[in-house]
Design a protein around this ligand. Structure first.
Ligand code: BTN
Length: 267
């Protein structure tokens, strides 16, 4: 079944933001950024595609985006509350994605700091936030979300991955998933805007797969070994390094489990 804007909007009522659906596009995030600078388009709006030819992942990676199989979703919001509105935002988006997956019977969906969604060691969804403009003035944020929905095979993904269909054994209606995700996001973004990340910090930690685990944090050629304590009120990672609590902000960091050869492909 193909994506259908009317169906998504009907299911995501009362949300009534414009939806722009493309058959094939380079990247829904890049297209969203292009539309922000076009005065005919006013945020909030949602960009969707059946296929991305140059889908973007974190840290310069490609996001494999085959036609009519998965979800490529970029929600554009205007941010007018300054930098504090961005604190922990990507982690909150992760919670919304996780709950949408669980609502589709992917009960094992959980979080990996900063914003991966895994089932066990396998990645099922990823999040790429892009900021446009000056965060201390008016700016826009693009919440880019990729979910492996009905994909069953790919020779191109060089890490452990799964999809909703692989987990449940059934193909899903992507229109339903998108509506669910959109409603979840609306709920979590409202709570985040009203109360800040601090109100969601404990829920995030409860769903963090690697809470209390021995990990290595990789930044370029540097490796830091520690135990995951959790996240702070801004969404930064708290690690125990030989008895000393140390805080790491997101950015270009990558986290790996130690003593577990199955996750080597996360590099
Ligand atoms: C990651 O590396 O985990 C982030 C992946 C983000 C992929 C999504 S798909 C929709 C949006 N458009 C893109 O080009 N990337 C994001």
């Amino acid at each position: 079944m193909f994506l259908n804007v009317e169906e998504i909007i009907a299911r995501a009522a009362p949300l009534a933001w414009p939806v722009y659906l493309y058959n094939s596009i380079g990247s829904t995030n890049t297209e969203a950024i292009r539309l922000i600078s076009d005065t005919d388009y006013t945020a909030p709006f949602l960009v969707l595609a059946e296929q991305q030819t140059t889908g973007k992942g974190r840290r310069g990676r490609k996001w494999i985006s085959p036609f009519a199989q998965n979800v490529y979703f970029s929600l554009v919001l205007q941010i007018d509350g300054g930098l504090q509105q961005l604190e922990g935002l990507s982690l909150v988006v992760g919670l919304a994605v996780m709950h949408s997956l669980r609502a589709l019977s992917v009960h094992g969906a959980a979080l990996k700091w900063p914003n991966d969604i895994l089932v066990g060691h396998k990645k099922i969804a990823g999040i790429l936030l892009e900021l446009v403009g000056n965060p201390i003035d008016i700016c826009h944020i693009v919440l880019g979300i990729g979910i492996n929905a009905n994909m069953q095979a790919s020779m191109e993904i060089h890490q452990q991955w799964t999809s909703i269909q692989l987990e449940t054994g059934f193909p899903i209606d992507r229109n339903y998933l998108i509506a669910k995700l959109w409603l979840q996001l609306q709920d979590y973004l409202t709570r985040h805007k009203t109360f800040g990340f601090i109100a969601l910090q404990e829920e995030w930690e409860r769903n963090h797969l690697w809470q209390g685990k021995a990990v290595s944090l990789i930044a370029d050629v540097n490796q830091i070994d520690g135990i995951v304590l959790g996240v702070d009120r801004y969404g930064a990672l708290r690690l125990n390094l030989d008895g000393v609590e140390t805080i790491y902000r997101s950015g270009e960091l990558s986290l790996r489990l130690r003593d577990d050869s199955r996750v080597r492909l996360w590099e």
